[in-house]
Design a protein around this ligand. Structure first.
Ligand SMILES: Nc1nc2c(c(=O)[nH]1)N[C@H]1C(S)=C(S)[C@@H](COP(=O)(O)O)O[C@H]1N2
Ligand SMILES: [Mo]
Length: 359
């Protein structure tokens, strides 16, 4: 079957990309079987080093354009009313390796995703306690981690408009799946912005600053934008575009990871999500995208911010087949057949393709 396509990794992986890939693991796609990603299987993306934080000495400062600046210990935060939200999080660079020409950054195929049960206090409640000033327009979040990017030394910082920051589902989270955050996920506290690509959810949070002007820092102005070239200002990445992924069927070859299964009936399954709206449909093709069938959808996680499960029956015939999966959300966003190249290699939600050998 000459029509079978795989993601071609054009360049031999560089030392820099190997370093990033070894630090920032993905979620093995077989873990799509779980509604809530088990601890340790959620993907990781860490720009610099994981800070070692002394929880007893740590404080969260809320200040800037507020009437009553706050300084809270972890115990004080945990004593406030909290909520748990199951939310799917995906890195904006997920799918990057599928873009051509190759983009030199964390080399994600499809595995930069996971769903956590996050517990924390609503950011809005802390903002109200601090009393947001009349001139406020944005909220800035600063992590404890520091490093250099493009020769700019910085703390990891991202901002949100005041309106987005005040949304109901935005949390300052101190627990993941019922236990305190692990160091790699932002201990002792992280921002959680359900529906948005992961870069928004600042880890190792130390400082929440209410601003009277838009924040123009590196991670806002220079990264996480869809740019055609370095000069292009581009649009900022915000919410996750829809994507369906399958639990890879059958068994893998150790080296190529190509899939092998026996002929006969099989249930193909996976999950799909969108940060814009609920998933409306998932379609599956077993002939490389020539013909499509609707999968059965189940919203099996009790949260509008979490992925949905899908299944489809297949009578697998002998041969080599290319399976394709695509999702559409209730806002009408759907996955394109090919991703659109951009400088940072962000937002490539092209249809997933898996080659299976039925023998
Ligand atoms: N302080 C800080 N927060 C951060 C990052 C970081 O490097 N430093 N990485 C961001 C990115 S790009 C992603 S995709 C998510 C990943 O969160 P996770 O590692 O808990 O899955 O965290 C975000 N928050
Ligand atoms: Mo990311």
């Amino acid at each position: 079957m000459s029509s079978i396509r795989r993601i071609e990794v054009e360049k031999t992986i560089s030392r820099e990309q190997l370093q990033m890939a070894a630090r920032n693991h993905g979620m093995p796609l077989e873990a799509l079987a779980y509604p809530i990603t088990p601890l340790g299987l959620h993907y990781l993306l860490i720009h610099y080093d994981i800070p070692v934080v002394d929880a007893a000495a740590w404080r969260l400062v809320v200040d800037g354009e507020v009437e009553r600046p706050l300084e809270l210990s972890l115990d004080e935060l945990r004593a406030r009313p909290s909520v748990e939200i199951a939310a799917t999080m995906e890195c904006a660079g997920n799918g990057r390796v599928g873009l051509s020409p190759h983009v030199d950054s964390q080399p994600w195929l499809h595995e930069a995703v996971g769903t956590g049960a996050w517990r924390g206090v609503r950011l809005r409640e802390l903002l109200d306690a601090a009393g947001v000033g009349v001139g406020a327009v944005e909220v800035l979040f600063t992590g404890l981690d520091r490093g250099l990017e493009d020769e700019v030394e910085q703390s990891y910082q991202r901002s949100l408009s005041l309106e987005d920051a005040r949304r109901d589902e935005v949390l300052l989270a101190f627990e993941l799946n019922g236990v305190p955050l692990a160091p790699q996920h932002g201990f002792p506290l992280r921002l959680l912005v359900p529906g948005w690509y992961g870069m928004t959810s600042v880890k190792w949070l130390a400082h929440v600053t209410v601003l009277a002007h838009p924040f123009e820092g590196f991670q806002m102005a220079k990264r996480y934008r869809l740019q055609q070239d370095e000069e292009d200002e581009g649009m900022p990445l915000t919410r996750m575009a829809p994507r369906a992924l399958a639990v890879p069927p059958g068994i893998p070859d150790f080296h190529s990871r190509e899939r092998f299964l026996e002929p006969g009936p099989i249930v193909l399954r996976g999950r799909a999500w969108s940060g814009f709206a609920r998933i409306a449909s998932v379609e599956v093709s077993v002939d490389g995208g020539e013909t499509w069938r609707a999968a059965e959808l189940e919203h099996d996680v009790d949260s509008e911010w979490a992925w949905s499960a899908w299944t489809v029956d297949w009578e697998a015939p002998l041969g080599r087949h290319e399976l394709c999966f695509r999702a559409r959300d209730e806002a009408g966003n759907e996955q394109p057949p090919e991703g659109e190249w951009n400088v940072g290699g962000y937002g490539n939600n092209a249809v997933q393709r898996i080659v299976v050998n039925v023998s």
